[in-house]
Design a protein around this ligand. Sequence first.
Ligand code: UDP
Ligand code: MG
Length: 330
Amino acid sequence: MHKYQPRTFTPSLGIIIPCYNEEDVFPMLIDELQKFADSLDNEVSFLIVDDGSRDRTWQMACEISEKDPRFGCIRFSRNFGHQTAVSAGLKHITGDVVAVIDADLQDPPHVIKDMIDKWFEGYDVVYGVRANRKEGILLRTAYSVFYRMMRKVANIDVPLDAGDFSLMDRRVVDHINAMPEHNRFVRGLRGWVGFSQAGVEYERSARAAGEPKYDLKKLFKLAMDGIITFSSMPLRIAVWVGTLSAVLGFLFLIYVIVLALFYQETPSGWASTVVLLLFMGGIQLLILGIIGEYIGRIFEEVKDRPIFVVSEKAGWVEEQDIVKERHQTY
Ligand code: UDP
Ligand code: MG
């Protein structure tokens, strides 16, 4: 059994908040975050990552960073997506422990306190586990199927019903930052890193204000990224399906030969030929598609583009080295 070393010093805490068009919840969010930070003994820094918002989110972020030195902000040149915003946050954040939280207050900040308590026990990653979900039944089923599927097919242990809401030790953050891939499924990388991980259950409330920023298309992409970047199971399925159909084809061949030799009957099956043709054609296209998903991702990786472009900075982030950053890739 792994023996956990309890920790004794008070860690500085960095909190990453990815925001995309969040002007409706923003005042409420800042209020909650400030209250939470004031209630702690830890030194706290916030990092707002504006994922190319088209509303007043960036202005509001700049305003708060002028008033409160704990806030730093970076702005993407366009919408790069939630996982990228979290990754950029991990690159820039300071602190002995780092938390990632949604802007819509679905993840209550006070849970971070429980996570820190777990960290004191010696855990390196403490992730929030959703005790209940307030989404519709359809989305809930989809989530539950996805997490169970991830668990089955991924080569790593992705905890059930755990999202990006989590607290990580500095060394975990450094390891995640050191990973070179461009396609970043953060909760997967976090699981891959290993160390000692624990969950903290919490009630996930409904979004405090504004519209959800994840549409079905983005969710589907997230699910595909999760499965394809962490597992070669879909390719293996292709091998199984191919083997199975080859075996069935061989059996059918023997059947046809027996019919022809002993019964002088050659079957006249136009229908079965067409069905087989369509079926095999379909399977081949499907498998090509699966291979294509992997090749597409390999293409993304070899292009080796930076995964995000920062257009502006405000607050404490401004002092960080922008030239160095421009030359860094993942
Ligand atoms: N988000 C983002 N970029 C996007 C979509 C979402 O940074 O392209 C942020 C959003 O501002 C929020 C978090 O990701 O802080 C989660 O988004 P949302 O609440 O819409 O997703 P859900 O709660 O449905 O998973
Ligand atoms: Mg939400």
